[in-house]
Design a protein around this ligand. Structure first.
Ligand code: SAM
Length: 240
């Protein structure tokens, strides 16, 4: 049926593609993707050949309108280079506009590095806050860590190997007592998840420069400093 099919793809291990993703990719004529080379490879691996339409962060109104027009008359799949589209990847405006126009939109679940890292890290998972990439600038990075550090949830950030040290240093400065986990190369041959204090991890990665793709996680604040807050009293006050 015509419409937009958001299709999650593997984050490293090609066997993580779902049966439904393969079915949908087989059934569509056109696949919107970030990078035609990356998606071409995946489709080739699946024995498929499709019309690839580039849709990335640089896409303008015209690219979007062309895709929207297409999905009025035929099914169109949206994939990103890896993992779940829209999660730190393009697609938000496309989905939003498609929904506004009454175009059928559906999303096929699959891997996302944030969730894989969360489950692997051993950090509390009753609440977690996915915050995408930390800002590049030192001051903005520290401000964001200070703001998010107050949230009672495990924090999840996407990271790159060249920036890992700077991010760990910033966490060490702003949230020095937190347990941190570095989840690297998830689902791939050299998958690793390493936990410690920011200082432990700074030392480790100074000696073993990290390679590949990285998710950084920060434990929630411990309850101790706030232990004598009387939640009931606060609530009564709030409701009065
Ligand atoms: N949409 C993707 C998802 O659902 O996971 C994320 C896209 S984002 C542009 C790329 C970032 O995701 C990387 O910098 C890294 O932080 C994380 N990532 C993707 N694949 C990963 C992997 N196999 N291991 C660790 N982190 C990964």
């Amino acid at each position: 049926a015509p419409g937009l099919y958001i299709v999650a793809t593997p984050i490293g291990n090609l066997s993580d593609i779902t049966l439904r993703a393969v079915d949908v990719l087989r059934g569509v004529d056109a696949v919107a993707c970030e990078d035609t080379r990356v998606t071409g490879k995946l489709l080739h691996h699946l024995g498929l050949k499709k019309k690839l339409i580039r849709y990335n962060d640089h896409a303008g109104e015209n690219d979007r309108e062309r895709l929207l027009a297409l999905m009025e008359s035929q099914p169109v799949a949206l994939v990103s280079d890896a993992g779940t589209p829209l999660i730190s990847d393009p697609g938000y405006r496309l989905v939003r506009t498609a929904r506004e126009r009454g175009i059928a939109v559906t999303s096929l679940p699959g891997p996302s590095a944030a969730v894989v890292a969360m489950t692997l890290s051993g950090l509390p998972n009753d609440r977690f806050l996915f915050a995408g990439f930390l800002p590049n600038k030192a001051k903005a990075r520290q401000e964001m860590l200070a703001e998010l550090g107050a949230v009672p949830a495990t924090l999840i950030f996407y990271e790159t190997a060249p920036r890992l040290d700077a991010s760990l240093q910033a966490i060490g400065a702003v949230l020095p007592d937190r347990e941190v986990a570095v989840a690297r190369e998830l689902t791939k041959k050299f998958e690793e998840c390493r936990s410690g204090t920011p200082d432990d991890l700074i030392a480790h990665y100074a000696a073993h420069p990290p390679k590949g793709e990285i998710v950084l996680l920060v434990a929630p604040p411990s309850d101790e400093p706030d232990a004598d807050i009387d939640v009931d009293a606060l609530l009564r006050q709030e409701l009065a």
